[in-house]
Design a protein around this ligand. Structure first.
Ligand code: PBG
Length: 339
């Protein structure tokens, strides 16, 4: 027994944790389906949706399965989907020329979805990696052995106009070239697309957590072999100030939303960016974060659902207004069951 007993404590924080009702009103952070964005992969060839071995539960969709998926997401209250192409039937080249085909898979899919679900917001990825033979996000300059920044920006701006013309609510440059947000904004405005917005992948780190995604879209070796090195354009995981600078520049250049990616290992960045900018902040719980939780859950080493929920709540608590997550549908289904 401590002496004196009971302890003369004015503050006993545990009083607010005594039961579920008290814990509910004392909760500081809440997550709702409207905060979630579902990333979806679409294929251009094949007869049935394909599974992705390193992302159990995630598919490469074809038209029918995509429409079913978006309908389900819409009913669950998820407000936005992010589209990524997995291209089997497209001629890739060094310059990623197929990205500028206005009848390509993404513009076609955007128009199809908008016709069926006009109030589901759609964001599309602006980067050349699904279209280039080398798997880099832009135009390769063999002389320097690096991406050509300004030539890439010119292509991304055209790509943005094509996606927005097809009906994308937001185009999302994920390439990390300097000056791309401003160039895309000008191109959209010149084309009269003043209502189309930009979600900028502002603080995108050079991360090993993208491995499973690269398998999903077929952009370079994901596991084993050579892991495609994007360190001349994606951020150094060691850097905080530089991440905030990127977000500030994108806000200045006209980004409607800025993003931090990955999310879980970069919660300090999410918080700092949230405090630095005035626009909504998105965080992307990427493929490797998803794969880790699912794999450990399937092995019986952690409780998959609880770990999933905690990982998403942590990202929200760090300051994310929007969360891109491969768990969007499952999480929202459980949320609907609970409420
Ligand atoms: C590339 C892109 C990547 C992701 C989204 N867009 C991968 C990369 O930079 O190689 C990763 C998403 C994920 O891992 O879930 N434009």
């Amino acid at each position: 027994m401590p002496d004196p007993f009971p302890l003369p404590l004015a503050r006993r924080p545990r009083r607010l944790r005594q039961n579920a009702a008290i814990r509910a009103f004392a909760a500081e952070t809440e997550l709702t389906p409207g905060r979630l964005v579902a990333p979806l992969f679409i294929r251009d060839v094949g007869a049935i949706p394909e599974t992705i071995s390193s992302m159990p539960g995630v598919k490469r969709h074809l038209e029918d399965s995509l429409l079913f998926e978006v309908e389900a997401l819409h009913k669950l209250g998820i407000g936005m989907v992010a589209l990524f192409p997995s291209l089997g039937g497209v001629e890739k080249d060094d310059a990623g020329s197929a990205a500028l085909d206005p009848t390509g898979l993404i513009p076609w899919t955007v128009a199809r979805l908008k016709k069926e679900f006009p109030d589901m917001a759609i964001m599309t990825d602006l980067a050349l990696d699904p279209f280039t033979t080398h798997g880099h996000d832009g135009i390769w300059d063999p002389k320097r052995g690096d991406l050509d920044n300004d030539a890439t920006v010119a292509v991304l701006a055209q790509m943005g106009v094509i996606h927005a013309q097809a009906g994308a609510d937001f185009v999302a440059p994920s390439d990390m070239m300097d000056g791309r947000v401003g160039a895309i904004r000008s191109a959209l405005d010149e084309a009269g697309l003043i209502h189309s917005g930009i979600v900028a992948y502002s603080a995108k780190f050079a991360s090993a957590y993208y491995g499973p995604f690269r398998e999903a879209v077929g952009s370079g070796a994901s596991t084993g072999g050579t892991y495609l090195d994007k360190r001349t354009y994606q951020l150094n995981p060691a850097n905080r100030r530089e991440a905030v600078l990127e977000a500030l520049l994108d806000e200045e250049e006209g980004a409607d939303v800025v993003m931090v990616k990955p999310a879980g290992p970069y919660l300090d960045i999410v918080r700092e960016v949230r405090e630095a900018v005035h626009v909504p902040v998105a965080a992307y719980q990427v493929s490797g974060e998803y794969a880790q939780i699912v794999a450990a859950g399937q092995a019986g080493w952690i409780d998959l659902r609880k770990t999933r929920d905690e990982s998403l709540l942590g990202i929200r608590r760090a300051g994310a207004d929007l969360i891109l997550t491969y768990f969007a549908r499952e999480w929202a289904e459980d949320f609907a069951r609970r409420s």
